[in-house]
Design a protein around this ligand. Structure first.
Ligand code: XMP
Length: 512
């Protein structure tokens, strides 16, 4: 059993980010329900406790409170934001109610670094998000840092090894926040820094085995990073008890199906079932031009096909999914705020309930870069681990207007040329996404002595950090020229290539 840091979750959306920062320090942590009995934490060999932030006021009727005995365990405690107010509330300080939240950037001045702020500059930029505030220190505590809005931005009782910070060290906007967390873990809790990706895998494998037992797991494999890593991890854990289903929806890139088959069936020896449903998809999409409508049809058809395919594959108890932590947050925020739903995301929503499958999501706590590390450690090739994102509805949202087999063929061939040149030049790995878009516009051209009247293909090549914003990539002219002339020469049906130079916002990355 590794030394464990317990993160008690009081409902902040940032709790998983705290856990992620702890992993960055190569320390093992586990997120616990806020009311977990102190005895359980002792039993688990917890060497330090972090109290997360949370949206409530400590005085609210429904406020989540910890077992007060956690303060008697004799292990160090770090309260973050709501966590520090809990310390004030439980240890004899005072917390003032506030109607408004203090939100955004602030400045921290460290008065006495102590162990928590050891090695840090005196002035730091910090990020706040809190309503109530600590107004009187609990006995035994002293203030170690102040901010423009609080004389108690950092507090400590070094004797009992209790520490508190009013701001959020886990977010990127707080300067040197990770160092504060590391100081707590290593300098104060004396936690060992030996938790690596390999340990994560070993742990996940044990968890999966315990959960699945002799059961069977199905996984919809898309060929993208997330489902690929989930498949490799599940396969490592339960081997033949995993069956992957790859649905050919007729909206895939050129050679995609062969690639996926070769990789998983031949190399990984995964039980992979390929379902060719391209005709059904194209039939249902016939004449449909509205993007949201297309997405809905594709999503619904996927569920039907998946369900149908189970008849021949046989019963399973579990549905595996490559859900990552940002997906969890996104679906939460979408659920609470329908206005944030810009595009209907394509997933197998509703499927588990209907088919009475239990979900198994081994990547649920990880962020994308961590998933890539896990994938690489499991032996997935670079081409998979660093693959560009590809939307669930596939080429269906890259053929503008109504979708036909001919248009898809043109797009596939143009896109293939683009990817080929991006790979050869190495720019594939440097940009966020690069793809071709089919425009149902005919323009005049000349080919040899002949006049042509053919379609237009647009190149969409963007740089981005998280797909929330994006800018068009400034590729060298000679590379663009090569891509363009190869497409018009090699792809029948295209007489013109244009470059999309819109940023996001206001344009989105995909055209539909
Ligand atoms: P947009 O076009 O909204 O895309 O700027 C942002 C990122 O999301 C991908 N995308 C999708 N992925 N299903 C997906 O799984 C979808 O319906 C979908 N729409 C967009 C897009 O490729 C980009 O990376």
């Amino acid at each position: 059993m590794p030394q464990t840091i317990a993160v008690l979750d009081f409902g902040s959306q940032l709790t998983q980010v705290i856990a992620r920062r702890i992993r960055e320090c190569q320390v093992y942590s586990k997120i616990y329900h806020f009311a977990t009995p102190a005895a359980k934490l002792r039993e688990d060999g917890v060497v330090g406790i972090i109290l997360s932030g949370g949206p409530q006021s400590v005085y609210a009727k429904t406020a989540p409170h910890p077992d007060p005995a956690i303060f008697e365990l004799g292990v160090p405690v770090l309260g973050i934001c709501y966590g520090v107010q809990l310390m004030g509330h439980f240890l004899g300080g005072k917390v003032a109610l506030s109607k408004e939240r203090e939100y955004g950037h602030g400045h921290l001045t460290i008065k006495q670094p102590g162990k928590l702020f050891a090695g840090l500059p005196r002035h730091l930029r910090i990020w706040n998000s809190h309503g109530d505030k600590l107004t009187k220190l609990p006995p035994g505590f002293k203030a170690t840092a102040i901010s423009e809005n609080s004389p108690f931005a950092g507090i400590e009782d070094p004797k009992r090894r209790f520490y508190g910070i009013q701001f959020h060290p886990e977010v990127f906007h707080t300067e040197r926040g990770v160092d504060m967390i590391r100081n707590f873990l290593v300098g104060i809790c004396r936690a060992r820094q030996d938790w690596t990706t390999k340990d994560f895998i070993a742990h996940a494998v044990a968890d999966i085995r315990a959960k699945v037992g002799k059961g069977r797991v199905l996984l919809g494999l898309s060929g993208g990073v997330d489902s690929s890593v989930a498949a490799a991890l599940l396969h490592k854990a339960i081997g033949k008890q995993l069956t992957c289903v790859f649905v050919d929806n007729g909206l895939l890139r050129k050679d995609e199906r062969n690639y996926v088959e070769a990789l998983y069936q031949r190399n990984f020896k995964i039980d992979l079932r390929v379902v060719d449903a391209s005709k059904l998809f194209l039939r249902r999409l016939k004449g449909v031009t509205e993007p949201e409508q297309k997405r809905k049809i594709i999503g619904r058809t996927f569920v039907t096909v998946f369900e149908q395919s189970l008849k021949s594959i046989g019963h399973a108890e579990f549905l595996g999914q490559g859900t990552l932590y940002p997906d969890v947050i996104e679906s939460v925020s979408i659920g609470n705020n329908p206005a944030s739903l810009i595009k209907t995301h394509h997933n197998v929503g509703g499927l588990p309930e209907r088919m009475k499958l239990k979900l198994i999501e081994p990547l649920r706590e990880l962020f994308k870069d961590e998933v890539r590390e896990v994938g690489a450690a499991l032996g997935l090739p670079k081409e998979v681990v660093w693959r560009q994102p590809f939307p669930g509805p596939g080429l269906g949202v890259r053929v503008m207007g109504d979708i036909t087999a001919d248009k898809l063929e043109i797009l596939r061939n143009a896109d293939f040329v683009l990817q080929d040149e991006m790979m050869k030049s190495g720019f594939y790995w440097k940009v966020w996404q690069s793809f071709a878009v089919f425009l149902p516009v005919k323009t005049v051209g000349v080919f040899g002595d002949e006049r042509t009247y053919d379609y237009v293909v647009a190149l969409r090549i963007v740089e981005s950090i998280d797909a929330m914003t994006a800018d068009w990539a400034k590729l060298p002219y000679d590379l663009l020229q090569k891509i363009s002339s190869r497409i018009t020469n090699e792809v029948r049906g295209v007489s013109r290539v244009v470059l999309d130079i819109s940023s996001k916002p206001p344009a989105t990355i995909e055209w539909e």
